[in-house]
Design a protein around this ligand. Structure first.
Ligand SMILES: Cc1ncc(COP(=O)(O)O)c(C=O)c1O
Length: 382
């Protein structure tokens, strides 16, 4: 009897990982042992190399999900009398603002709604008008719509105004190029279970060394204090508190596979192909993307829900799942939508597979095509 395969995850992480990565967890590690310390050091060294940041930044890993490291990095980098400008065009920008509220740090926002990109000239104007703003916080790929924000242009206006940059690159780092020699960020965070295709359990921050050295006492929280985590790691080679040992071992294996695939360029090429196959196949069935081609990331794509009265996301989801693929619900407030991820151990075969599963599901539900309500397409040009 053949064992049915678990569904492929067309989600932005946790995502489908390789058997090699999963197998790397079949060993127990002493969390204080020299071997595990060497593994941590190696992982950090390689992450810095991916961003060409070896000479300028340090890598600080932190237990927990991605949000923990966003919070830890903001708490550590922002002085208590600092002020952030948070660029929001979706859930993760909003989450940074919420974190700052919890931290009791002063902040202001540029809120672009569900998906519109933050215009760099508006960012420049906001900075010019408020010299009290010390930091700009931006999400690279805003996973809630899948938009790829104009990071380089935002970084440039931030630098020109002499302010400091924080990047939530959770869903992009490892697949979209980041070069610290050109992109002047103080902090950039991501996590194990995104484009490096590890399993969930820790995040990491690339922090500018000369800035971090000045960050003692900024954090309000012991466990999220990345300055303290860094100092302890430097001194002992160890994480301060119990590390997710198996997850780190899986991540080291995932990094080997990332490198073997051609690093960032190799991964970007595969994810881009996945996205292109997905988008053209979905459009051929009448579905429409929320965003024009120029804003589509190779990470995750938002589609408008079909207008047909038989469409109901929960039923659609269940049926596509029975056919072997997990989709992702939408996160927009104004229009009905759903999302399909392009990252993880997904190749041409899986992209053709999910398209066939969606076609068969539409047929079963009596929905001739995926075209949305015309009024949902009514949006400002951007
Ligand atoms: C851009 C971005 N930031 C932050 C997060 C939060 O990460 P987590 O859900 O692991 O806490 C996510 C999760 O998908 C994300 O995509």
């Amino acid at each position: 009897m053949s064992v049915p395969r678990e569904p492929y995850l067309l989600t932005p992480g946790p995502l489908t990982t390789s058997k090699v990565t999963q197998s790397a967890m079949l060993r127990d590690w002493g969390s204080w042992d020299y071997d595990f310390n060497a593994l941590t050091a190696e992982v950090c060294r390689r992450l810095l190399a991916v961003a060409h940041a070896e000479d300028t930044h340090v890598c600080v890993p932190l237990q927990g999900s991605g949000t923990y490291v966003v919070e830890g990095a903001l708490a550590t980098l922002l002085p208590r009398d600092g002020k952030a400008l948070v660029l929001m065009n979706g859930a993760y920008g909003q989450r940074m603002a919420r974190i700052l509220q919890y931290l009791g740090r002063d902040f202001t926002t540029l809120d672009m709604g569900d998906y519109l990109p933050p215009p760099p000239d508006r960012v420049a104007a906001l900075l010019a008008a408020d010299p009290g703003i010390t930091h700009v916080a931006v999400v690279h790929c805003e996973t809630s719509s899948g938009i790829l924000n104009p990071l380089e242009a935002i970084a440039e206006v931030t630098r020109r105004q002499g302010r400091r940059l924080f990047v939530d690159a959770m869903s992009s780092f490892g697949a979209l190029p980041v070069d610290a020699r050109e992109l002047p960020f103080d902090g950039l965070v991501s996590s194990a279970n995104k484009c490096f295709e590890g399993v969930p359990g820790f995040g990491f921050a690339l922090l500018r060394r000369e800035v971090l050295e000045q960050c003692a006492g900024h954090a309000h929280s012991l466990s999220l204090d990345l300055y303290d985590q860094w100092r302890y790691l430097e001194r002992t080679g160890q994480w301060r508190f119990t590390p997710p040992t198996h997850v780190v071992a899986a991540f080291a294996s995932a990094l080997d596979q990332h490198e073997a695939e051609g690093g960032v360029a190799g991964r970007l090429a595969r994810y881009t192909l996945n996205r292109d196959l997905l988008v053209s196949g979905m459009r051929a069935m009448g579905f429409q993307t929320l965003l024009d081609n120029r804003w589509l990331s190779p990470i995750i794509v938002t589609f408008h829900s079909p207008a047909h009265p038989n469409f109901q996301f929960e039923t659609f989801y269940q049926q596509v799942k029975q056919r072997g693929f997990l989709l992702y619900p939408g996160k927009l407030t104004q229009v009905e939508s759903f999302r399909v991820g392009c990252i993880g151990q997904l190749f041409e075969e899986q992209m053709h597979g999910v398209l066939a599963a969606i076609r068969a599901t539409l047929d079963d539900l009596g929905i001739p095509d995926g075209s949305p309500r015309p009024e949902d397409l009514d949006k400002p040009a951007f």
